[in-house]
Write a new protein. Sequence first.
Lengths: 514, 1078
Amino acid sequence: MKKQFSFFKIGVSFLIAIILIGTSCKKYLYEAPITSTYGAAFWTSQSAVEQASLAMYGQLRASLRSSGSYFINGDLCSGVFIPKAGQWNYQTIKASNNPPYNFSYVPYLENDLQNWSRFYRVIAQANLILQNVPKMEPSLFKNEAIRNGYISEALFIRAYTYFYMIRIWGDPVYVTKTYDDVDYGNIPPIARTPEGIVLDSCINDLKVAAASLTYGGGSTAKTIRANKGTVSALLAHIYAWKHDYANAHTWCQDVINNGGYTMEPMATYTNIWKGQSSNENIFELPMQYNPSDPNFSGQGSWAEAQFGFFGTFVKGSVVDNVNNQCWLSPDNGTVDWFYDYADARYNKVWTHVPASGGDVAGYMLMKYTNFQYQKPDTKTLPYFNNNLVLFRLSDIILLDAEAMASTGDINGARAALAKTEDRAGVNTYLAPANAYDMLDEIVMERGRELFGEGQWYYDLIRTEQAQTWLEAVGYPSNGRVNNVNKGYYWPLDMGTLFPYDKLLTQNLWWSTHK
Amino acid sequence: MKKEFLLKKIFGTIVFLIFSLIGMAQERQVTGIVKDEKDQPLNAATVSVKNGTASTVTKADGKFQIKVPAGKVTLVFSYVGYDKSVVTIEENQTSVIVKMNESASKKSMDEVVVVGVQRQTKRTATMAISSVLSKDIENLPSPSIDNLLQGRVAGLNVQIGSGEPGVAPTVVVRGNSRVNTNIGNNPDVAQASALSGPLYVIDGIPTNPEDIAGSIDATGTNYLAGININDIESVDVQKDAAATAAWGSRGANGVVYIKTKRGRSSKPEFRVNAYGGITQQPQLLNTVTGAAERKLKMDIINQYATPSQLSNLPQILTDYNNPYFNNAEDWQGLFYKSGSVKNVDATMSSGTDAVSYRISMNYYDEKGIIQNFGFKRYSARGNFDFKINPKLNGQFIVALSKSDRQRGKKYNNSDDNTPVSGSTQPSSLYRVTAFDSANYSGLSGRIRNKNLNDYYTASLTLNYNMLRNLRYTFQGSANISSSNRDYFLPSDLDQVAAASGSGQASYAESDKGTYSTYFLSNTLNYNKKLETKSGHTHNLALTGSQQFTRDISNTSNTSGYNVPSNNIQVVSGVPQADLYGASGYAADAMFSLLGQAQYDFDGKYLLYGSYRGDASSRFGDNTKWGYFPSVGAGWVLTDEKFMNKLQAKGIVNFLKVRASYGISGTQSGNLYAPYNSYSIPGTYNGGTAIQPSYTNGLTKNNLTWTKTEQKNIGIDAQFFKSRIGISVDVYDKISKDDYYNFNLPFYTGYQSIQFNAHDLWVSNRGVDLTLTTKNLSRESKLQWNMQVTLSYNKNAIAKLPNNNRTFVVDDYYGTSRIYAVGQPIYEMFQMKYLGVYNNQGQIPFNPLTGNVITYFKGNHKVVPGDPIWEDVNHIGDVWTDEDNGNQYGDRVPTGDPNPKYTGGWVNDFTYKNLSLSVLSVFTFKRDVINTFYQSQISSIVGGYSSSIYSFAHNRLPDLSGLNYWTPAKAKDPNYTADFPSLNPFGSSYYQFIPISSMFNEDGSYFKIKNVVLSYQIPESLIKRAKIGRAKVYCIVDNIATIKNSTMPNPELVDQLGQYTGGLYATPTRYTLGVDIQF
């Protein structure tokens, strides 16, 4: 009897022990990390949305800067510059290459020039915000306008990114949803969507965004995030790309009349790239040195200030001889061709340098020259304190000129051109008498104003079918750049991308020209 | 009814009283001595009365005393590693001499092994377990136990890829089941997880060194190096599913059960054991130096050069009299040296009925064969056993150890051991001044590189016999391992660079990590023996257990560049912008329930089953639990009547067949795998950004255990009076659902996700064989025992994700590996090298163009002296891919780095007091790549680029005996070259990079690993000094290697079979030791 009792007692205490351990361990079995936040815990405050939005902007900045692709795509492809002597793998992106501008052979640059994956990170981040922010409790935000502001910024960045990709690769794979674990294992392949349809979606998104944003009013504090002026500028660009010049004109006018921006005087012209220093700027990406930036010394893709990105344009004493080679506009090239030597910009943003370091003689771009050392005493860790300007008033005024010239308003176009040319002290806008000549003048003036700002190549594509500027800068006239073959777009790295999307197709020209 | 009951009770009471009276009145004393086959007294053998409670252990001189009941009694003698001996003592006998025989199979059939939470005897176990005993490994000069298991356990493949003290070898049980696709990364990190390692259970506490290394590793030191080898009593390697399923969760890759020694001598005993010795400077590679080098180089140049090339040679070759260029420096000599090894153990132990203990202290110190390498360890361990009352007993273990590893300038098991790497050593012609020499050899000396590992463990086990058949066991333990690294690199490390102002910034780093494991278990054990009327017995053992494990890791890292002065060697005064600091915390938990059942009928028909469920915090909400069943059956044929005859004649002493089937698992290496952790990428205009991780961006609520399904059939047999023992196991193991990095479609925005690959199956099939023999009769003065272990394993990928899509990944050294169904993991994938085109007539034509075939997509027209690469796709051009989109070009599978046969051969000889033990280990059928030779050839005649200057400036590899193609030799139409042209002026079409099988070699080796000679000093000589026993021994470690390859030691390859030549060689060690017991 006694034995049984003690057995019972032990049995009970054993059970209690099991239950105690069992219940207390249940808590441990569901323990979440404390060293990082995660999906289920993150979207619970306004400051989290702010952090996610900053990540979206930062991703965009990193994607554009990746291996200097922003300038390769926007400037190098237009033949204004030639690559440094030492950049052997860039030499195919030249008019003098055979075939000229061979986009299919860029060794070691495939990942930056033929692979768009990095832009889908930006889009995924925007989609994540667009999915989560509307679901959050209203009380988590100071007011509803702030919540809508975040949504609008995400809509803007998504539209900007798709537009940017379209200008490089044409039809994108269009994604507006977030992938999560429910999708994992059964993610269906997606075919490319015609660029026109995607751009129409972007326009709709931007109109939604415009409704809940306000103008920056020319404040330099507001140029690094999306506001109503930024959205209008993007709408103007997208409509122009679609050759819907009536709408392009409307949105250019909106920027010019309501945005609150003013032209930077020629005396302080270089303030435009100095970083939040000019009332002319609509949208710029900050790349200023920040002493608490953890990525600076490693110069990774997230480093706020970098050397290499802008450093590609300058050498010699401008950068304390850190570079002995750079991209130049060679003698008797675009600079000599485009600029009147009286053009104030010719003296302000170009410097002639003799042949050196293996480079030929030519003009060096002086827009980004705010060179610094983090440690001046030991001359280590160089960087540039310049911002990358994505949209500015002159750009929109000239776009408006293009819109007016294209819709027959030659005088309106001339008046718009006058604003930038007068500032530079030239008046070639007086000569053109017809729309064709006026458009040529506008393309040239856009170049004079925007060379080295990652824009001009797209101007050439946009106006190609009427003005054939691409052939003028060396693209072959074998049908490559007609509006069927669209050989001005870059090929996709199918070897890398296709295995994960069986519906992906190569751009027409590049599927037959390797 | 009631009456009957009462009667029974009274009767029972009377019988009980009578027996107790007899017991009290009629006890007597028996004394005796226990000896082994060689007439040496056996210390600490257990003597017990059969069916009784009394037991004792023998003293150092083999003597014992035991109280036994009156009348004829049976005494049972047992000793680890010896056959149990049963002796009947007659009614009036008072003393006895017992001779015990060493068991033929290393562990006797009655030896107990622990499987899961159940104790089983080897005789009735149905599982595949191999054991190594302390006497096999004691005193061998090695910092960690895993090194010593090589060649001793069938089914266990140990490859010692580096001789660096304190670095872990690779240990794989029954074939690799891990498919790692990150092999192209930094080899230090990537390769550490290339192979599937086993779970270690140390005195019942499961420990996963990979988890610890993955969480806190700051030093790269082998976790097991914290355990003193001379504290280990036995190591059981549990291989089949019946054994590993009971460890469930983490047993899929085998379980290594380590048991430490306990006190058992009734009289307090003190033992000192010390050895010391030298490690020999490794044999340097053959290098031609001085004038001979210049002559050889000029000979090569003269073979190929045109007159204009001859007139424009680098100065180093032509300027004979320049004192800077007429030297004969073998650069290897700057870095390699002789080392030493020292070890001291002191042990105190004692055992009584109530308390027994064993306390040990150890000091191990090894100095490396490269400047600034070494390993030191201080450790202490105490094992205490308490018998509180007949029902309650307990065990308490506490162990501490501190180890300090010097590792030159590098981090981990990389080949970056010397300031000038093996394959890029400069020409011997350069002058090495005293300053250069001091600079090079002092390079690592002025680096502060402290790598300390501490290890503390404490565990308590309590057994309470609740009822006669029911035992409750509680086990609780804490296991704390910490890893600390302090590092400082002065700014003037390279004094030449510092003097010219181009020195690097000084750098200090401090990393601390603590990994704590807490383990709790409650177990109920029920044993029942049922005797039937017909004289048969049913034995049943049921075990139920509940376990809880929690791991917590804490880390902190600080580092900084530009420490203000080279006298400050810690992170202090570092400018804010150069300062980095972070701390980490991770924890996980696992809750397990386990049931085990063991049944046998007359010890003849054996059945076993277990079922385990584990819930881990490392898995998704929907799939935390994993269930791991196993079954086993065995049949002892020698207990059958029809075997009686054979048994009586001593032909077949024991024969058992067994079979098992079961499922075991592994859990994710990531403690927070199901959470889609966000990361902080940086700032945007000063504001901190947070984004999802692109490689772990999706939550994984369905992430779960990987599963390994294993079938095993085995035979254990002993023949000819147990002089021959054989154990054979055949297994078929399929691992499924391993964690795999899936690339996600680009449009998701995420790069990849690690998830269970339900379509990733790895098959390992093979045979484990252990043969033990006593080659001479038991009566012979000379004894010769032998053990041969042989493992055969065939590794293959059985299924791949995405409809078995084949893919290719390049490893760090540029060799492609193919992942395809039917191919072994990490199979090399290269163009096939078939020799040399000796003359123009041998070069085939392109069928399409009619011209000679080309290499490198038409860029190189094949000429005599070029290697023959097989044109697999018959398109007249041979290359690794084609422009037409054929991404695999002419590549074919060319080599398997997984060894097919591994094993060992042990010979033990004893003659009187002298014993000699020789261990040889071998690996056959393994392909390795001589990347070292490849990069040397590359650097002299062009790999990625070629130039006469690199030819002139670099050390010439050993070309003696190499019949390479030259134009002069090829004038003979019958000439056949063994190696392509070494023309330093020739064009490079990447012919000497490892894209073809030109540098693949046979990685087989047979190695005499160690020889131990020991002499037991006769008792008569030492008795006066009050010494119980004394032994002197000498050991030679890593003696000789027989191989079929050009590299000095084909074992010195990495996990993927790459020989880079820079790895730390396994040195030959000579030690001399003495073991004294008081």
